[in-house]
Each structure stands twice: as structure tokens, then as C-alpha cells.
Write a protein of this length. Structure first.
Length: 407
């Protein structure tokens, strides 16, 4: 039975990411069905994969417990009681540790940080809705923004330049975006906002130029065009009113009540037009906010403690995929004439294998994978070359790691 290989978006070679976009189980089956393996070797590899999955899940569970316990005092959605409280000094000390734990898990899940320069660049660009925002970073006690999946996707846009017809434009998108922040007292922040809480939010398919709209405290910034639409008609109307007033003065004299009423009528109409323009701008802004809210309703994946579970699972899956791929290549080439593989050979072969079996073009994180193999004791290194333990010995080593964890 033939299968269709999944296609990935075209990406620039220089922008390749470490993330392997395959489910762990699917990668296990793809490797086990490799034509170089016999039926018995395939069964042995699946047994090894099952043991590896159990060991890494146990280790991942320990990380999750640390995160849950550290995040408990900062979780705004908790429905359990805290009988054992924390002093203000303890909370102040725990906050940075929670951020550090989260950043560590984000890196394991192959998320990349966005610095303040990138965020300010997004804020300076007009979004697809034609609105610029201003972000005051002073509202944050600490802010971390991480992204993964830097791709380009077509999106429909309706614009007056195209006579209000639908057109497709290419948009730079982050497939996953995570924001971790803690607020401080600031005029832009609601007085009822909790400055002790650490908020965690994850979104999907966010355009780069719209990252700023997800940050609290962002305010719509009027462009020169918006200001001109309000000010110019008002000022020009006042000037015209003054000119007409002088004409009326010449005809009816200054004291004539008709001249005064005519002037006031013209001035009131002009100001009314300016007010109408201003409220038109406010309606446009409200329409933008409504569209934004509707869009984010479907793009928000999870919040706060729910993000912790998602992140830990993704980090576990990613690390397991890296170990599986590295071990498979070393084990398959155990009898290679070159006697093992160098780090460069392993790196290139992993990338070639993923491209061949799944049409996935990534930058394999080979050093991280080898560190895990050596830590688990299922590979060795000699003179810059790496060797996998025979699969029965590797399974025995994983059993030993499991027993050590339980002890």
C-alpha cells in the first residue's frame, strides 16, 4: 500500500530549525521499517524504543513535578487550597526560578527566544488590519517570548488597493508562540491586575507583525493618516468659516445678528464634522479589536498551568526523537568500515535520513542528542568517534537507568 509523504513548507536553508515535526510513534515506525533492517532487527528496535520512551517519560515526569510545585504560588487558575503559604521573600525568590525552569523546558522543546528588538520591530509595523500598536515594556517585571516554526503562508486580504476584492499575500508566521510575563504596577495596567501572578500563554499561527498585539498594555497608535483625517477637515473648515464670516460682516455689518448666527452655524458644522471623523476612527479601532478577539479565539491553544503540561510533553517528545534517530544511525552502522561515526557524519546522516523518509528539512541538534546517548549509557565515544551499544546491551542499560530512577 502506497503512502503519501507529508510535505513541509519551503524554508530557507539558513533558517532551518532543530524541531523535528514528527510524532514520536511515527518516527519509531519509520525507522523500524527501514529497508536496511531485518524483521528481527525491526522488533528489537521497537523494543528498544519502548524502553527509551518509558525512561524518558519518567525523567520528564520529574521535571513536570518541579514545574508544578514551583508555579503553584503564581498560578491564577488554581482551584486547590494552599495550606502551606509562602512569605513575600519566598515568593520573590521563587519567581525567577520559575522563569528559569520554563526557559529550560522551552529550549528543550526547541523554541527560540525573541528579544526586545524583534518585538519592537513588530510593534513598529502595521498589522494586516492596518493598525499600529505601541508597547510599553515598562509594564513588565519580566517578559519572555519564544517562538517555533518560522514559515511563510498565504493569507486572504481585502484592501482598497485591490478595489476591495480578496487577494492572497505571503505572511511570515510563527507556528507556535509562547509568552511568559509578570506585570508591575503601571498606569497602563488595570489597577485590579495581579502583579504577583506569572502568566503563560501559547498561540498558534501568529503573523510576525502581530506579535505585539498579544502583549498586555499595547495601545493602538494613530498614524499620520488617521490624525489627518480628523484634524485637516476640522482646521480647513474653521479657516473657511472665518473667511465666510468676513464676507458676512461686509454685507450685514458686525452687529447684525444674521452674521453671528451664520458664523456659529458654519463653525458648529465644521466642529461636528471633525467630531464625526474622530468617532469614525474610534469605530474603526473597535472593529479592529473585535476582529482581533475573534481571531485569537481560535489561535489561543492554552494558558498558564495548561501550557506547562503541553511544554513538558513536547520537550519529552523532541528529546526522545533526537535520541531515537541518533541511536538508530549509530546502531545501523555498528559494523561500518569507518568504525563508528564522527559528530559531523552523524549530523549529516540524520538530516539526510529525515529528508529521505519524511521529506523533512531540519538542522539536527546532534550535540544535544549525543549528550543524551552518553548520559543514558547506550553509546560510547573514542577518539572523536561514536559507537552505539549492541541493542540487547542498550536495552539492559535502559533497564538499569529505570531501576536507578525508582531507587
Amino acid at each position: 500500500m502506497s503512502t503519501t509523504k507529508p510535505k513541509t513548507p519551503d524554508v530557507d536553508e539558513s533558517a532551518r530549525e532543530h524541531f523535528i515535526p514528527l510524532r514520536r510513534r511515527e518516527l519509531e515506525l519509520l525507522l523500524a521499517r527501514h529497508p536496511d533492517l531485518s524483521a528481527s532487527s525491526s522488533d528489537d528496535f521497537l523494543r528498544f524504543a519502548r524502553l527509551l520512551r518509558a525512561v524518558m517519560h519518567l525523567e520528564s515526569h520529574e521535571h513536570l513535578e518541579d514545574l508544578k510545585n514551583g508555579y503553584a504560588p503564581f498560578n491564577p487558575d488554581a482551584d486547590t487550597l494552599q495550606v502551606i503559604g509562602h512569605t513575600e521573600e519566598e515568593v520573590a525568590r521563587l519567581g525567577p526560578k520559575v522563569f528559569d525552569l520554563l526557559v529550560n523546558v522551552l529550549k528543550k522543546a526547541n523554541f527560540q527566544p525573541l528579544d526586545q528588538d524583534a518585538l519592537e520591530e513588530a510593534a513598529s509595523a502595521s498589522s494586516a488590519w492596518g493598525v499600529r500598536l505601541h508597547v510599553d515594556f515598562d509594564v513588565f517585571e519580566r517578559l519572555e517570548v519564544y517562538a517555533r516554526g518560522d514559515i511563510v503562508r498565504p493569507r486572504e486580504l481585502v484592501h482598497w488597493l485591490f478595489f476591495w476584492r480578496k487577494s492572497e499575500i505571503d505572511v511570515d508566521i510563527y507556528q507556535r508562540l509562547i509568552i511568559v510575563f509578570q506585570l508591575r504596577d503601571h498606569p497602563r495596567i488595570d489597577p485590579d491586575a495581579d502583579t504577583e501572578t506569572i502568566y503563560i500563554k501559547i498561540f498558534k499561527n501568529i503573523p510576525k507583525q502581530d506579535v505585539d498585539m498579544l502583549l498586555p498594555g499595547a495601545q493602538v497608535r494613530m498614524t499620520l493618516l488617521d490624525q489627518g483625517k480628523i484634524l485637516l477637515p476640522t482646521l480647513s473648515g474653521i479657516v473657511l468659516s472665518i473667511v465666510k464670516m468676513f464676507k458676512i460682516v461686509a454685507l450685514f455689518a458686525v452687529s447684525t445678528i444674521f452674521g453671528v448666527l451664520a458664523f456659529l452655524g458654519l463653525l458648529g458644522g465644521t466642529i461636528g464634522y471633525g467630531v464625526k471623523s474622530f468617532f469614525g476612527y474610534l469605530r474603526t479601532k473597535d472593529k479592529y479589536q473585535l476582529t482581533l478577539t475573534r481571531s485569537l479565539y481560535y489561535q489561543n491553544l492554552d494558558n498558564n498551568a495548561g501550557v506547562l503540561f503541553r511544554l513538558v510533553v513536547e520537550a519529552e517528545e523532541q528529546e526522545c526523537r533526537e535520541v531515537l534517530l541518533a541511536y538508530f544511525l549509530l546502531w545501523r552502522d555498528h559494523n561500518d568500515a569507518n568504525n563508528g561515526l564522527t559528530i559531523e557524519q552523524l549530523d549529516s546522516r540524520a538530516e539526510e535520513l529525515l529528508l529521505a523518509v519524511a521529506d523533512i528539512n531540519i538542522d539536527f541538534e546532534v550535540h544535544d542528542a549525543m549528550l543524551k546517548l552518553l548520559k543514558l549509557g547506550i553509546a560510547t565515544e573514542q577518539d572523536g568517534r561514536y559507537f552505539a551499544l549492541p541493542i540487547n546491551e542498550a536495552c539492559a542499560a535502559l533497564h538499569e537507568v529505570w531501576n536507578t530512577f525508582l531507587d
